[in-house]
Ligand binder design. Sequence first.
Ligand code: PMP
Length: 397
Amino acid sequence: MSTLPPLAARLRGVASSPVRDLLALLERPNVLSFAGGLPAPELFDLDGLREAYARVLAGPGARLALQYAPTEGNLELRTRVAERLTRRGLPTEPGDLLITTGSQQALTLVTTALLDPGAVVAVEEPTYLAALQSFQLAGARLVTVPGDEQGVDPDALADVVARHRPALFYTVPTFANPTGRTLPASRRAAVARIASAGGVRVVEDDPYGELRYRGAPVLPLASTSDDVFYLGSFSKIGAPGLRLGWVRSPADARPALVVAKQAADLHTSTIDQAAAAAYFGVADLDGHVARLQDAYRERRDAMIAALPGTLPPGSRWTDPDGGMFVWVRLPDGFDAASLLPTALAHDVAFVPGAPFYAGEPDRATLRLSFTTNTPDEIREGMRRLGAALGVHAAATT
Ligand code: PMP
């Protein structure tokens, strides 16, 4: 009997996302979960989306909306997205954009187009888990750039660029996953300067930018340099099940991205793109985003107000201006991963911070998402987490 060849070597060492694994565990009723980075389903604009799909399927373009379509994406959708980005201070033409199957695919395409095996990729520490997976799958070598409360430290980036000559720097500068931090404008300019002086491509991942609950918007990093790949998504302002995202890319890389997408899936779902384009026309998207902001602001406030009474003395946490996440650092000696079973026994969940680190993890960190629970549920969940932490502290001291 002949033996089958092994699985591809590039998959070795790429772990399944503990967040996705955890989501499976949380199917259990009664668990109040702060683990997943999900938008609140009760806030989806069901009526608006139903009308948009109905319009497409009842209109003269219905058959075309069910046909194969160009790889670059629906022109009307690209036009609407370009207008919205331009209004947010990032001047964009429809031709600058490629529609992708979620912004996760944009990440894969950029990775495929830019990285050879062994290429060096610089990432903030900690950073988005599935970006790390994507770079690891491409055979990249990851180097980390430290930061502080304001996000990545430009001096540290300059140092990493000089020492490691990365091909690419990946960053989530606005309401980051997992930390919730936002990079100030001055640092954005410095990052763009350092990257272009060092010949480093920048990938700005911005799925959360429109979910701002306080303060004035900060212009995208991409507005400071033509060399930046800007990734956007419909998942957080629309619905993630649509799997619609986009990449605004430098002109020289666009043909490569299109080829990579052809190989991946030919094009993103025609009907979903057409419905999203119609949605921009039929719905009041600004009004919808404002409703999301109001609801999420209240939820963030409930969590931030509860944390001092929940966490042991000496804990620290971020107080994000937007997005979905609060990043917690428990006192020295705590290990969030070993605390998780105790939390689950108290019917409350979070994500331990360690998997978000490409380098040496800080095991005392964890991520809390405030979007999918009401303020009352958040208060109850925090009470349970406090109880779990009390049990944990008693058990280990
Ligand atoms: N980037 C970041 C930083 C994210 O947090 C997420 C979703 N959790 C994505 C990209 C992917 O989003 P989507 O594919 O749904 O657009």
